[in-house]
Design a protein around this ligand. Sequence first.
Ligand code: SER
Length: 340
Amino acid sequence: MSTKAVLISGANGEIGHGLITRLKERQPDIIIIALDVHPIEKELKRLCHETIVGDILDTVMIDRLAAFYDFSTIYHLAAILSTKAEREPVLGHRVNVDGTLNLLELAARQARATGEQVKFLFPSSIAVYGLPDVATKLKAGKVKESDWLQPRTMYGVNKRYCEELGRYYDHYYRQIDPQPTAGGVDFRAIRFPGLISAHTLPTSGTSDYGPEMLHYAARGEVYDCFVPEGATLPFMTMTDAIEALLSLEAADANKLSQLVYNIRAFSVSAKDFYDTIKKAFPLAKVNFAPDALRQKIVDSWPADVDDSLATAEWGWQPKYDFRRAFEEYLIPAVKSRYAK
Ligand code: SER
């Protein structure tokens, strides 16, 4: 008999860290299988039933996983973020698209074998949007799920395509088979804004200037900010991002009219970050030294998104607005992180 488990790919990444901790807190007997290309950190390892150092492109490893476990839910977090995917577009495509395909196939295969649905939670991104210039961005305001879907980065193209792959696996998988497939994949995606964690730093994303500014200030280091003061994106805390994934996972399928939802907590400029960080760390020093090419990517992402569908259909509500995020979570937590 296989064991019912939850699979987390990219488990050692920023979302993975918080998600594993939270899942275990909520349900101590949960069986978590954590997969990452890098060895899973020690304190996370003890929360997991099994940790695997492996690549989502390795189908032999995935077959082995399928033989040992029945997954009720897959959180597919592994990805190459936007800046790295611009430097290595083919690698970005392989990991972000082929890797997602491999895990969707695993979900579909398992659903067929057990006759039960497998939930597939997918973090998409504001990078799926592509606005032509800053003037249009400012005019567009809060962008809806169906607007401006012309991504300009490899990462954005990958995420957008995988949303459609998810729709295929959820709605149309093997649609010409004479017998309908039992089980099926229950695909649910969130388009995340920039995420800010007090405990980890992102690797090679384009919204990284927000969290980097905070961590550099806490370490007493000068930060060279690669966007101008006015650059504006939606953001949220990692805590809220994890709660959102858990809420969408738990949502009643009958209430969900979409497979993909926008969420956000606050829309702020790079200067707003600086001003707030400066209050907590008066010696913080930031040089605004925009990198015109990376800035163009930020300019193509919306300044804010409309998250009303997520609120109406599965009760999405951020716990932290901008002020509370810094005062009650980020500042105290980074201070204690770097005091150690
Ligand atoms: N934070 C991601 C990045 O900057 C976007 O989702 O690549």
